[in-house]
Structure formats: C-alpha cells, structure tokens
Ligand binder design. Structure first.
Ligand SMILES: [Fe+2]
Length: 222
C-alpha cells in the first residue's frame, strides 16, 4: 500500500520509495529463546525461519539497502548479530545500518554501521523511539496493534503527515493497543492494519477510539 513516500508492506516493514531503502524495526531476534529461559513452553524458530518474511520482502521489493530501526535482538541475544550479518551477506542484502533500540545494548562492533543519532531518508528522520525528535519521524518501539474481530491484536502502522509508526517485525512480541493514548499520543492519524495477510486502512484513529472504546488489555512489556 502506497502512503506518502512509503510503500507499506504487509510483512511489517516499509520501503522508502525515493531512496529504495527498506526499513524494519523491532525484530527482537532471539525472543523465543528468552521466553523459554523464563520457563514458557514456546517452540523455537531458526534464524532463517524468523527472517523469512524479510527475505521474501527483499526479493519482492528489490530495495537498495536495509535499515534497521532498532531492537534488532532481544536482550542478551547479541550473539545473534554475527549470524544475522552472515544471513544478510549470503542473500546479498546490504545493511545500511542499525539505529539502536533499547534492547540493543551490549552490541559491540557489529559488521555494519551503528547509527546512534538516527538516519535521514529524504525528509524523514528514522529513529527507534519517539522521544522529542524533530518531525517528520519514522519510529517503532511501541509495537502498535489494534483489536480486530477474528484477528486478535492485529499489528498495524499508524500514519500522519508527520509520523510513521512501524509495527514490530517480530510476530511474537506483545503489541501495544493504539486505542490507548499512551501508545499514540499525537492528535491525529490513520491506522493501517495487517489482516489476513494484507493491509487494511481502518481510518481515523480517533473515530476508531470512539467506536471501539479504550482497550483494557493489560499493558505488557515492550
Ligand atoms: Fe521493541
């Protein structure tokens, strides 16, 4: 789905069309291992399995480079960085860099640039979170999602003229309901949700709040 300078992809990422840069955030690689260590009985995925949607999007969209908008790995999973770099190299995926997120602490000398100050794509600033940065801004961090009948909490983009909030790439990370103003504090925006393997524009976020009411799901750790 085209929106402004962007192609929004149902595989939970966005392509900046003028530069051909594919932006993906909140991959949280190693998250299932982390949950297993906490005692949860969850099946593990190989790295290649976790990254298959990204590989498919890369092959379909044919971008020039990949920019990671933070939280590449889950905490204590920095050992996956070399494996991720090799995965990308083996597929000729050019990593422009990592804008580090709050889960990326401890990453040392990865084989691609670490962009501590964010990255500029055209008029858009790419960040991990939305802490007092100049607009227009692209960021993740909050794992936006919306309750949809038949789809549970559906991951979504939230877009406005000055914001593009990315869904978490990880299908396993908990989502923050965009019906809550703590997740989307800006006054306006549209919600574009993943439903049944495609994108649906659900329209104005304030209208959705009026219809669906505040979501009372307990907030989970992002
Ligand atoms: Fe995250």
């Amino acid at each position: 789905m085209i929106w402004d300078d962007w192609w929004l992809d149902h595989r939970r990422m966005a392509l900046h069309r003028p530069t051909g840069t594919l932006v993906v955030g909140d991959l949280h690689l190693g998250y299932l291992n982390f949950r297993q260590r906490l005692g949860e009985s969850v099946p593990l995925e190989s790295l290649a399995e976790e990254l298959l949607p990204l590989e498919q999007a890369w092959n379909d969209l044919r971008p020039c480079g990949l920019l990671i908008a933070g939280d590449l790995v889950e905490r204590q999973a920095t050992g996956l960085i070399p494996a991720f770099a090799k995965w990308a190299h083996d597929r000729s995926i050019s990593i422009l860099g990592l804008v580090p997120g709050n889960h990326d602490t401890g990453i040392q000398l990865p084989p691609f640039p670490v962009l501590d100050q964010g990255h500029q794509l055209g008029r858009w600033r790419i960040s991990h979170d939305d802490d007092a940065l100049p607009e227009p801004l692209v960021h993740g961090h909050k794992h936006p999602a919306i309750p949809l009948p038949g789809h549970g909490m559906a991951a979504c983009f939230v877009v406005s003229q000055s914001r593009l909030m990315l869904p978490a790439y990880s299908a396993h990370a908990a989502g923050g309901s965009v019906l809550r103003r703590s997740i989307v504090p800006w006054p306006e925006g549209e919600v574009i949700a993943m439903a049944g393997g495609r994108l649906e524009n659900l329209g104005d976020i304030n209208a959705l709040r009026a219809i669906l009411g505040p979501n009372q799901r307990k907030k989970r750790r992002l």
